[in-house]
Design a binder for this molecule. Structure first.
Ligand SMILES: Cc1cc2nc3c(=O)[nH]c(=O)nc-3n(C[C@H](O)[C@H](O)[C@H](O)COP(=O)(O)OP(=O)(O)OC[C@H]3O[C@@H](n4cnc5c(N)ncnc54)[C@H](O)[C@@H]3O)c2cc1C
Length: 539
């Protein structure tokens, strides 16, 4: 029997994802025609809307891009590239100016100058913010307005990108699915992947439900080179809520709160971080997260006390944190808030060069899905929006100079996905993978448990693939089933990749901590590059 083929749509440039990376890239390509595809019903999906602290940029008195680059490299624990970091911090100042010119209403003091927040491991106050701690929301609302006004950007929302189409090392477009059109092959010589992070691979995460690592998984399946996958930043202070067991995202209590004077207390009300690091609450994120994790693991509770902030001059600056507490039935004016570390940011990702190019012709990546080598083993707070902004603009500039070869793509068969009866099993497989990642590939790791996770995740992945093979290829499938299965296979693949990379790196560095190798090893002072093919060869 001949497999049915998908409807074809021709596009010039496709951007997958509508966070800061995708939208800045699409806006910067004007007047070139761009199609932005995003899986949420509106453009507000992804982590960007939830960003609180702000964007780091050396704009204050006494500060300089060189000082910002030095802090970035210090946080990266020996793996950050200084030259790249310097380019980032220099271009960051221009990028910020571009946002200001686009009309983003950043917070300003009475003198009209930008208000600059201070966060851990930054030598200077340099966090530009908007709406107090609602930076991502204010920023994205403005960018979405610009996109709505643009004549060159077409948006396909509520549309799940299932896979890239790559043949002979070159991009031919993407396969998508939505309720009206069913499966569509978007034939395009240029694709930008800007799909964000991978937090949903763990139970406790600050990330939104969209963060299932789709772009990372599809570029991996297409054969792209990936790097630094083992480096996952766990934010020390997510609000610990009962819902943390059902897989919902945990509200983040931004680091800027600690920058403004909030204190970490143990059950007896003691400031335990004073014993852990000279910078106490403002120690590097991995150190604070491990200190909290150790206590939570022993069954103790840890609290963030916002009262010193709310009693002071900056009490108006944190409406989001106060609202989160209120929704949890807590009053931060009178009681400290229970906190727990949670998966927050992926330093690793699709390996890109200084122009945002991946190892596949016609395929670029920017934002959290990509790795530039700048964050190294640990990202400095508020450097991710900056990096997404700078690289989205670089990608747009590079595509402007790119003349794609004329190639005809083969018709694409309709994918086979599991029957609706498999829905519960798909959900259980994802839950089992999240259990494994939370127990064995979290803040504290060791070889024995990583090996066990590596084998168990491979078994779950095989089971999921078999459900797909045994299913049906329907031109108009149920879109929610396509998304559930697509996200499950992406989560399984990225979980396997992160686990394998963590197993291979036999040392502790930055956010990657191995109990069996607790010290950094100079032989490992380099990034680790990996492909899905190399992973498959191990199993
Ligand atoms: C709670 C929170 C607070 C943060 N605070 C800060 C901060 O103050 N400063 C800072 O620098 N960083 C912060 N970060 C990190 C920062 O927000 C992210 O790294 C950054 O926003 C990522 O932007 P992005 O464009 O790469 O991806 P995202 O904003 O995550 O967007 C990803 C997009 O891809 C789409 N997508 C994904 N998969 C598919 C698919 N298969 N098909 C179609 N569309 C798809 C999603 O719908 C979404 O539109 C924070 C993160 C969180 C979670």
């Amino acid at each position: 029997m001949t497999a049915s083929v998908m409807a074809v749509r021709r596009d010039d440039v496709i951007v997958v994802g509508s966070g800061i990376g995708g939208l800045v890239c699409a806006l910067s390509m004007a007047p070139r025609t761009v199609t932005v595809i995003t899986k949420t019903p509106k453009l507000e999906g992804g982590s960007s809307v939830w960003a609180q602290g702000g964007i780091a940029a050396a704009m204050g008195p006494g500060d300089s891009p060189a000082a910002h680059a030095a802090d970035t490299v210090a946080a990266g624990a020996g793996l950050s590239n200084l030259e790249q970091a310097l380019h980032l911090t220099e271009e960051g100042v221009d990028g910020l100016q571009w946002l200001i010119d686009e009309g983003i209403p950043f917070d300003r003091g009475p003198d009209g100058n930008l208000e600059l927040g201070k966060e851990a491991a930054h030598q200077f106050p340099r966090i530009v913010h908007a709406g107090g701690d609602a930076t991502g929301y204010v920023l994205m609302e403005s960018l979405i307005e610009r996109v709505a006004e643009s004549r060159s950007i077409q948006v396909l929302d509520d549309t799940f990108v299932y896979d890239l189409v790559v043949s002979n090392g070159r991009t031919h477009g993407v396969i998508s699915c939505n309720a009206e059109s069913g499966w569509v092959f978007h034939q395009a010589p240029i694709v930008v992947v800007a799909t964000g992070g991978i937090g949903m691979a763990w139970w406790q995460t600050t990330n939104p439900v969209e963060a299932t690592g789709d772009g990372l998984a599809m570029t991996a399946r297409a054969g792209a080179r990936l790097a630094d996958l083992e480096f996952v930043q766990f934010h020390p202070t997510a609000l610990a809520m009962a819902s943390s067991t059902d897989g919902a995202s945990l509200p983040l209590l931004t680091e800027a709160l600690r920058g403004a004077g909030a204190l970490l207390l143990d059950e007896s009300g003691r400031r335990f971080m004073l014993d852990e690091h000279p910078h106490a609450e403002l120690a590097p994120r991995d150190i604070v997260a491990r200190a909290i994790h150790e206590r939570v693991r022993r069954g103790q509770r840890v609290y963030l006390d916002l009262r010193p902030v709310l009693a002071g001059a900056r009490k108006e600056a944190f409406p989001t944190a106060i609202e989160y507490a209120r929704q949890a039935g807590l009053d931060p004016h009178v009681e400290p808030l229970p906190v727990t570390p949670a998966a927050h940011y992926h330093m690793g990702g699709v390996q890109i060069d200084e122009h945002g190019r991946t190892s596949i012709d016609g395929l670029w990546a920017c934002g959290e899905v990509a790795t530039t080598g700048i964050h190294g083993a640990n990202r400095l707070a508020s450097n991710s929006l900056l990096e997404a902004l700078v690289f989205a603009r670089r990608v747009a500039a590079d595509i402007g100079n790119y003349d794609p070869p004329a190639v005809a793509a083969a018709p694409q068969p309709v994918p086979t996905i599991p029957d609706a009866a498999s829905r519960d099993r798909i959900r259980d497989i994802v839950a089992a993978a999240r259990d494994i990642m939370s127990q064995h590939v979290g803040i504290l790791r060791d070889g024995e448990h990583l090996q066990r996770a590596h084998e168990e995740l491979a078994r779950l992945d095989r089971e999921l693939r078999e459900l797909g093979v045994a299913g049906a290829a329907k031109p108009l499938p149920k879109p929610d089933l396509v998304r559930a299965y697509g996200e499950a296979r992406n989560t399984l693949l990225i979980a396997r990749l992160v686990t394998y990379a963590a197993l291979c790196r036999t040392e502790s560095r930055g956010a990657h901590y191995r109990r069996d190798y607790p010290q950094p090893n100079p032989d490992w002072a380099h990034p680790q590059s990996l492909t899905a093919e190399q992973l498959d060869a191990t199993q």
